[in-house]
Design a protein around this ligand. Structure first.
Ligand SMILES: [Zn+2]
Length: 505
């Protein structure tokens, strides 16, 4: 937020153009004073009227209420200050008025599962796609904390960032550079406390944690009032994770396995496999074979009764699901080929495009025909699971897992919403998974997530009705970022810059 002092100084300065030069000098001095107080003004390209008004717009407020046509929405600084039918709401004289006849206003979107880095996820790509908030699920912690602060103080144009610190994993972390390796329960508790001290917003748990260490992390997180979320470790069932208070499951973690009648045997086998040293180190060719075999068993021993019990447990515990279908789809269907000429590829640097190629991608390069076949079946089953959980009343949030193979910062969130609809959500429910639900999850529904008076002005103006067709969320006319109006041209410019940078790299 821009400090009030600075904005006031700017207003005084710009309104005094008729006055004597001494007044100008005074104002300039005031500005200088404010600057010396280590306050940074907003970059000039973002300067905009402090009062904005949209007239004749259709508001889809995401409270669940039906859309309201012919509305006026007034935004002062970064808040929605008035909202009502056009004509009934007073528009301040100083307002920049935008006639939004035929357009649709929704809250700013959240992508609740991203991996941010300077090289791979330019923040303007999110903004240009209407994403005004992201939950960062792992990366270089110092860089992420710095970005979080820079965005919050408007030194950097980007979505609001909520981030974990280093991921809490088992003795051999999957990503050792950005993980805390935890063996004992005491180490698990210590990890939670250190994350809290370092400023992480939540704890991300990961595959390799032992059951005992995981439960210690869960208990300590509760004591420290730190939410914990992430992968459900191999050694833990989905029932246990839900009961332990894990706030969100990523990638439908262990849900299929926990719906299998053979889960106890499968856990034993996998936990032992982790402990036993392999005969051939760095032999990855056997991984897809093992995954295919185990997925096949999970699919064949799926118990609807057990699944229903599990879904009820999620509802009872308020456990959220972030299935990351956009990434699952590209990993499952990559051999069908249509990902390679995606129009958004121009935003991706050549080095990353190389890494994405199935022949180079770690998750794909050793795949076997059986693996490809079983992955497709798994993906279909996962779409069904998402639909079944929704019918059972489980809560969902949209997240993409960008920048995994053939997913695009910002753009892929719109694919995720469409995949939710494909899985059986109404367009309204899909939209709520990226607006109201993240605000609820973060405990911020008081100030964001819906379009209501007093809420933060993070909004997206659409050219077409997203409730009639979810793909209309891509038809963005403008984004309002913390009260700043960014029309289509500004968004297009952001994307052009990303494209130019990608071609130079
Ligand atoms: Zn991820």
């Amino acid at each position: 937020m821009i400090p009030a002092r600075i904005s006031l100084t700017w207003v005084v300065y710009s309104n005094e153009h008729e006055s004597k030069s001494s007044m100008r000098i005074l104002c300039a001095l005031l500005l200088l004073f404010a600057l010396q107080g280590q306050l940074t003004p907003r970059p000039p390209q973002l300067a905009s009227a402090t009062v904005l008004a949209f007239r004749n717009v259709t508001v889809i407020d995401m409270t669940g209420a039906p859309p309201r046509r012919g509305m006026t929405v007034v935004i002062s600084r970064n808040r929605i200050t008035a909202l009502g039918t056009t004509g009934s709401v007073r528009i301040p004289q100083t307002a920049q008025v935008i006639d939004a006849q035929g357009k649709f206003l929704i809250p700013g979107l959240w992508d609740m599962h991203v991996h941010l880095s300077k090289e791979r996820t330019p923040l303007p790509m999110f903004i240009a796609n209407g994403i005004t908030g992201v939950r960062s699920m792992g990366g270089r912690p110092e860089e992420l904390y710095q970005w979080r602060e820079q965005v919050a103080s408007e030194k950097l144009v980007g979505p609001r960032i909520v981030t974990c610190g280093p991921v809490v994993d088992g003795p051999k972390p999957a990503n050792p550079d950005h993980a805390i390796a935890v063996v004992t329960e005491a180490e698990g508790r210590q990890a939670v406390r250190s994350l809290k001290r370092s400023g992480a917003d939540f704890v991300k748990v990961y595959d390799g944690l032992s059951r005992a260490a995981y439960l210690a992390v869960a208990d300590e997180a509760k004591k420290q009032n730190m939410p914990f979320a992430g992968h459900v470790p191999i050694a833990v069932t989905s029932f246990e994770a839900a009961d332990a208070g894990q706030r969100s499951f990523e990638h439908l973690g262990n849900i299929l396995r926990s719906s299998s009648t053979l889960e106890p045997e499968m856990i034993e086998q996998r936990v032992n496999a982790v402990v036993k040293p392999s005969n051939k180190p760095n032999d990855f060719t056997s991984i897809p074979v093992r995954i295919a075999a185990r997925t096949k068993i999970e699919l064949e021993t799926y118990s609807e009764r057990k699944a229903k019990q599990l879904f009820a447990r999620f509802v009872k515990n308020g456990t959220w699901q972030v299935p990351t279908l956009a990434t699952k789809r590209s990993l499952a269907l990559v051999d069908e080929g249509h990902f390679f000429d995606d129009a958004h590829m121009k935003y991706i640097p050549p080095s990353q495009r190389e890494e994405w190629k199935p022949e180079n991608n770690f998750f794909l390069k050793y795949r076997t025909p059986e693996f490809i076949e079983v992955r497709k079946k798994l993906y279909e089953k996962e779409l069904q699971l998402v639909g079944a959980m929704r019918r059972a009343g489980v809560s969902f949030m949209a997240g993409t897992d960008v920048p995994g193979a053939y997913t695009y910062p910002g753009f892929s969130l719109h694919d995720e919403l469409a995949l939710f609809v494909q899985a059986g959500f109404t367009p309204m429910e899909a939209l709520q998974s990226a607006t109201r639900n993240p605000a609820m999850f973060l405990g911020e529904l008081e100030s964001s997530g819906t379009i209501e008076r007093g809420k933060l002005a993070n909004l997206v103006l659409l050219d077409a009705d997203p409730l009639a067709d979810i793909s209309n969320t891509k038809r963005i006319d403008a984004v309002i970022l913390n009260g700043r109006y960014l029309p289509k041209e500004a968004l297009q410019k952001m994307l052009s810059e990303v494209e130019a940078a990608a071609s130079r790299s």
